[in-house]
Design a binder for this molecule. Structure first.
Ligand code: CA
Ligand code: CA
Length: 447
């Protein structure tokens, strides 16, 4: 609780003087700086609790809670966010409070940018691209190359420069309660850095203006997009908590088809790849999305990393990858999966364990609609493990691993090489999760 100003001690008066100087400097730089209220644990200074999942191991996850006043920012525009993030290699602790929704597709003056703005000057046009790589003339054996592919890549680079936000080490990015805080159309990139907290934010409408055609992807080719709302690459000690992830307002059902395949403008919601490690994903809502959470981007990621805890999240209207786990030791507990088709998002599976992933899935709750198949809640390649216990389907204890294995030729292994120890909030019954998580997850719950 913050002390009323008339009772402020001499020490905090001094802190305010320092802060005032920082405010003056920062206002000149176009960034609003707030006083860091040291000594009280407000929302912005909260750290991951002891034993709360893999991100609590070792040095734990404190984010930017040691930030001084000069590195405590409140931002409401894209340009302010970029400035507050600073250099990706600057490890000075920083707290970034996001007030309201930041539209990533805006220029430095706040003007809205469209896909046409990014394409301008590159020579790219979708109609020319479609003509150049039509399978009937270009074939299906190689990736697009040549003038239009170069132009597409150039346009994509322009958009990336605008919408990708690189988060440095020792940073907390937290939404200001009551402001509808979040990022629309952007990607938070947490790459090769340690100790990051992301909380109380709505991530929506992360869209690639320039999907790439890959005729060699799958049996019929695929359109692939570049951006996850939050992407972890080689990141360690990351706590993603109380966020909401959604494709809205442009849902996949509105995607056109080209070459008979869905023109997919979305990639992941929260991807954890390239030897990222020690991650806790808690009390988020994932909704209206297809490829939601990748843990490991290739079957050949090295072993010993990709350790992730996923607990007390709601997954609703998710097609797949909730998560797709590779290689690592992954603990999935106390989640609520509603696999009812929502807005055209029809679930293919919830959890996929492949490339020798060691998944422990316990005390989760699945809501499966009439006619839904319990055998399809999981997926695997025959090398991944899921050790399951205490999972409920529509309120009844169900061995979801046995149900999958009975129906599949690529059985999940049922034992794992580890026992979760960092489980401070684990509930031994999943029974009440549909009710309790409804009011304790996602953005705008925290005060
Ligand atoms: Ca991705
Ligand atoms: Ca089988």
């Amino acid at each position: 609780m913050a002390a009323p100003s008339h009772r402020r001690s001499l020490r905090s008066r001094r802190a305010l003087v320092v802060s005032a100087a920082a405010v003056a400097a920062a206002v000149g730089a176009g960034v609003v700086v707030m006083n860091a209220n040291a000594g009280t644990v407000d929302l912005y200074h909260q750290t991951l609790a002891a034993k709360d999942g893999w991100a609590s191991s070792g040095t734990g996850t404190t984010g930017g809670t040691k930030a001084d006043a000069a590195h405590t920012f409140t931002v409401s525009t894209r340009a302010q966010l970029v400035k507050a993030l600073g250099s990706a290699s600057d490890t000075t602790p920083r707290i970034i409070k996001i007030k309201g929704t930041i539209d990533a597709n805006t220029d430095d003056a706040g003007k809205k940018l469209t896909c046409a703005d990014y394409a301008s000057g590159t020579g790219y046009s979708l109609s020319a691209y479609l003509k150049a790589y039509d399978p009937s003339s270009y074939g299906t054996s190689k990736l697009p190359s040549g003038t239009q592919e170069k132009a597409r890549a150039a346009a994509q680079t322009k958009q990336a420069k605008n919408i990708v936000f690189k988060v440095p080490a020792n940073t907390s990015v937290v939404g200001v309660p009551g402001t509808g805080a979040g990022i629309s159309g952007g990607m938070l990139q947490i790459q090769n850095v340690d100790n990051v907290v992301v909380r109380n934010l709505t991530f929506a409408a992360t869209e690639d203006c320039f999907p790439q055609w890959d005729p060699t992807d799958g049996d019929d080719g695929n359109w692939n997009s570049n951006y996850d709302s939050v992407t972890l690459r080689g990141a360690t000690h990351v706590w993603a908590d109380h966020n909401t992830f959604t494709d809205a307002p442009h849902l996949d059902s509105a995607n056109p088809k080209y070459y008979g395949r869905e023109y997919q403008i979305h990639d992941g919601a929260l991807d954890i790849t390239k030897s990222s490690d020690l991650v806790t994903v808690s009390r988020n809502q994932f909704t209206n999305h297809d490829k939601t959470m990748l843990i490991g981007s290739s079957d050949s990621e090295p072993s010993g990393k990709l350790r992730v805890s996923i607990h007390h999240n709601i997954w609703k209207g998710i097609v797949q990858r909730a998560p797709l786990a590779r290689v690592g030791q992954v603990h999935i507990y106390n989640n609520y999966y509603d696999v009812t088709t929502l807005n055209g998002y029809a679930t293919q599976y919830s959890i996929n364990s492949r490339a020798k992933a060691q998944v422990v899935a316990e005390n989760n709750y699945w809501k499966v609609p009439t006619g839904g198949k319990v055998a399809k809640l999981l997926s695997g390649d025959g090398t991944g493990a899921v050790k399951g216990s205490g999972n409920l389907v529509n309120g009844t204890v169900t061995d979801v691993v046995a149900a999958y294995n009975a129906a599949s030729s690529k059985d999940l292994k049922t034992t794992v090489n580890w026992t979760p120890a960092l489980t401070s909030g684990l509930e031994t019954s999943a029974k009440n999760l549909p009710t309790t998580l409804a009011t304790t997850t996602g953005a705008s719950v925290l005060k």
